[in-house]
Design a protein around this ligand. Sequence first.
Ligand code: SF4
Length: 233
Amino acid sequence: MREVQIGGLVSFTTIDYPGKLAAVIFMVGCPLRCSYCSNPHLLSVHDGEYDPEKVFEWLQSRVGKLEAVVFSGGEALMQGEALIDYMTRVKELGFNIGLHTNGFYPDMLKKASAIVDWIGLDYKATRNKYPELVGQNIAHDHMIRSLDTWLETGKDFEVRITCDPRFITKLDLMEIAKDLHNRGVKNFAVQKYIPHFEDNEHGTTPKERNQFFDDDNLKSAINSLFENVTWRE
Ligand code: SF4
């Protein structure tokens, strides 16, 4: 059997899968290089620090205590069929399967949609700003294909954006929200950019980071476009 590479594990969370007690497994490898990435140790493809079989045995011990397992990263779908095999085994234990994804692998997402129950999809910026933010020219187009792929499944999901003021303006955020509304997205999450250690040198001020959350007119305009908007500060 092909083996997955696991770089991290959160054993209990109430915020990574809507309404369910979950564990999060962080997979190594990501095709993007987002300026604000808080998991740079997971980006290169390397042997994972965790033995997948030991993680699986631990998940067996969590049956009846946890309800869901979320695969995150890095970009979990980068591990292709090995990930799908592993997720299938985890699902057979009775867990709901969640996936946090940047949408770079729409074809693999389509395959995974037979197993995955819920996704959190990153929408990182307007199309023209994507390359500068993620270091990849085609990432926006792939993400939109992933969004369309998931919409076809009819399964639940959330689109989330991290508002890094170096790459997003309030006008951008409104434009993105309208785009998502027009595509039929129901659940949108707006996340505050929290600079990690290396990012501090790029110097964003608290005021710049808070601007999306302090503007009541912007918030109510965005809230009116979706069934649910989560403002994560
Ligand atoms: S997609 Fe996620 S893991 Fe990959 S570089 Fe961007 S923030 Fe980091």
